[in-house]
Write a protein that binds this ligand. Structure first.
Ligand code: NAD
Length: 332
């Protein structure tokens, strides 16, 4: 049985080849994104394995069905880039990796908060030039601050535990109140109550029709002046133009993003020799109080191991007409 991978990077090949020894699939890797431009390249395969920026729309799914593909396996948690209705219509099963080391993303969120707050990136460069001055590096204690967490699923909960451990007050907004979080002292609020209370706001909900541009000009206006906003979830949760206006006015004092609205054309690529045409990302990167990382929050040894094993198990089960152990792995 064969799995065809898209958006495959050297580390994907390394981890999947390593863990496939137990499963014995034939693996085929394409570095390019899956999309209408490339879908015809697929030849006699049972499953396609895709990542966050592959475009698996109805047009692509129709061709996949014609080519006899039975499973679309996402090697990530989010599935906003797959047309689920089209997959159901063409009888293709869709699976994902619902939780792969949520701590990886939660810990990266903390790393972004600390870097922005204590300006570690600036200090690193400064001392290398023998500038040992502290001017401009003033930070604030996280202890005692109020952290607003939007989405307390696997990652949001791991992040809440970390911030509670640092002595923060943690308030949350989710469509579902998690009993474990309530027991730990997290309180749930409507979003318009959470926004003005929080010193730091971190997004951990999925991208859906309801959450698209959840953080727009109105939401930002409702936040505390001087707020720190962190998005390690999906770029389209934040209306980037509104965030830029708020950075210019100083309403947002710190912005950390591991995801970006237009990231498909940029992230996961070495563009160091190219001219970047996206003026919005260039504007964002020109702010001294903005930290951009290129969708690396998940990128740990532990997470890659779990992604590879769960994806291979999912495909093995679905091609064998069995359900994977974790029900949440099935999207369609
Ligand atoms: P999860 O499904 O465990 O949790 C999502 C939470 O969001 C749930 O508690 C759900 O009730 C809540 N939610 C859903 N709709 C909501 C809404 N309209 N308003 C408020 N809350 C809502 O997912 P997870 O594993 O915690 O991942 C969260 C997101 O993180 C994923 O959807 C993905 O987009 C992103 N992610 C990013 C990276 C990265 O490397 N940057 C890696 C993995 C996941």
């Amino acid at each position: 049985m064969k799995i065809t991978f898209f958006s495959a990077k050297p580390y994907d090949k390394d981890f999947f080849n390593r863990f496939n020894r137990e499963y014995g699939f034939e693996l085929e890797f394409f570095e390019t994104h899956l999309g209408p431009h490339i879908v015809n390249v697929i030849d006699k395969t049972d499953a396609v394995c895709v990542f966050v920026n592959d475009k698996v729309n109805a047009e692509v799914i129709k061709v996949l069905a014609q080519k006899g593909v039975k499973v679309i396996a996402l090697r990530c948690a989010g599935f906003n880039n797959v047309d689920i209705e089209a997959a159901k219509q063409y009888g293709i099963k869709v699976c994902r990796v619902p939780a792969y080391s949520p701590e990886a993303v939660a810990e990266h969120t903390l790393a972004m908060i600390l870097a922005l707050n204590r300006k570690t990136h600036k200090a690193y460069n400064r001392v290398r030039e023998q500038n040992f001055s502290l001017n401009g590096l003033l930070g604030f204690n996280l202890h005692g601050k109020t952290v607003g967490v939007i989405g307390t699923g696997n990652i949001g909960k791991a992040f809440c535990r970390i911030m509670l451990g640092l002595g923060c007050k943690v308030i949350a907004y989710d469509v579902y109140e998690d009993p474990e979080m309530l027991a730990k002292g997290v309180t749930y609020h409507a979003i318009d109550e959470l926004l003005p209370e929080a010193d730091i706001i971190s997004l951990h909900c999925p991208l859906t029709e309801q959450t698209h541009h959840l953080i727009n000009a109105t939401a930002i206006a409702g936040m505390k002046k001087g707020v720190m906003l962190i998005n390690t979830s999906r770029g389209k949760l934040v209306h980037t133009a509104a965030a830029i206006e708020a950075l210019k006015s100083g309403h947002i004092a710190y912005l950390g993003i591991d995801v970006y609205e237009q990231e498909e054309k940029l992230f996961f690529k070495d563009l160091s020799e190219s001219i970047i045409e996206d003026d919005t990302i260039q504007r964002l990167m020109s702010f001294p109080n903005v930290l951009v990382t290129a969708h690396q929050a998940f990128f740990t040894e532990e997470a890659l191991e779990q992604i590879a094993t769960t994806t291979l198990q999912n495909v093995q089960c679905l091609l064998g007409d069995r359900l994977p152990a974790n029900n949440n792995a099935i999207v369609a």
